[in-house]
Design a protein around this ligand. Structure first.
Ligand code: UDP
Length: 245
């Protein structure tokens, strides 16, 4: 876990936004992973995903609070969360400001329609060069279409680790582009993701509500919480043992 946590972006959100603004203006290529604990436990058992995460050209930002807390256990100070939702909105805003082009790929058709409408109505400076929902069979064909359109920003919402693998496998064919695997961000931004009742949100228990009513999330809860904490503690114990020797 430490080897991943050491790679996480260490400045604050404003610095990060400045960096992506520069990269966008200068047409630099960048691949950003918005990390939560589940991503780290995925990397531990999936070597292919680990390679993506540890690649020197991959930027990892701390999306989940668990990343900040986990890093702290190893003495790594991460100032604040930078979430996928915030980053998605920031990139749309920046494209609006500089009249840059975007391609959106992923989520359901309904969500994608809402995203299109939002951009067309609210971000008229954005050049939306393509959209495609994430339930199409041939996802590589979509990547080929993205290559033809050659956009400045490419947001992919297919869930972890599918979205990162697809981006990584195609990255060498692009000369420019800011690529982000944005997970459920389109669902949230389009207002499609149903949130928990207010009382759960207020008590910081939204996660509990989601898990309780969606058994498919039980495994994810285990991976992203129980297993993560267990692994962090184990690594810390081993580190202390080595120090004593
Ligand atoms: N998704 C998709 N195609 C798929 C599977 C998932 O487009 O084959 C979309 C899904 O609709 C959602 C997004 O991927 O918008 C992220 O899903 P999830 O909530 O599982 O991701 P997380 O952000 O929690 O990793």
């Amino acid at each position: 876990m430490k080897k991943y946590l050491e790679k996480v972006y260490k400045e604050d959100k404003q610095d990060f936004y400045k960096e992506i603004e520069e990269n966008l203006k200068n047409e630099e290529k960048q691949f950003i992973i918005t990390a939560n604990p589940e991503i780290l436990t995925t990397a531990e058992r999936n070597k292919e995903y680990e390679k993506i995460l540890l690649d020197k050209n991959t930027t990892i930002i701390p999306d989940g609070i668990g990343i900040i807390k986990g890093a702290k256990m190893f003495g790594i100070n991460l100032p604040e969360r930078i979430t996928g939702v915030d980053l998605t909105l920031k990139l749309i805003e920046l494209c609006n400001k500089y009249n840059k082009s975007i391609y959106l790929f992923g989520a359901t058709k309904e969500v994608m329609n809402k995203m299109e409408k939002l951009i067309q109505e609210k971000y008229t400076g954005v050049n939306l060069v393509g959209t495609q929902d994430g339930y199409i069979e041939d996802k590589q064909a979509v990547m080929e279409d993205i290559k033809l359109k050659n956009p400045d920003v490419i947001l992919v919402a297919l869930g972890v680790p599918k979205q990162e693998k697809l981006i990584y496998d195609n990255l060498q064919d692009f000369k420019k582009g800011i690529f982000v695997g944005v997970g459920g961000s389109f669902d949230v931004i389009s207002g499609s993701k149903k949130r928990a009742p207010k009382i759960f949100i207020k008590l910081n228990l939204e996660w509990l509500y989601r898990i309780a009513f969606s058994p498919s999330r039980w495994k994810r809860f285990y991976e992203g919480n129980i297993k993560y904490i267990f692994k962090l503690k184990k690594e810390l114990r081993e580190e202390k043992r080595k120090e004593r020797k």
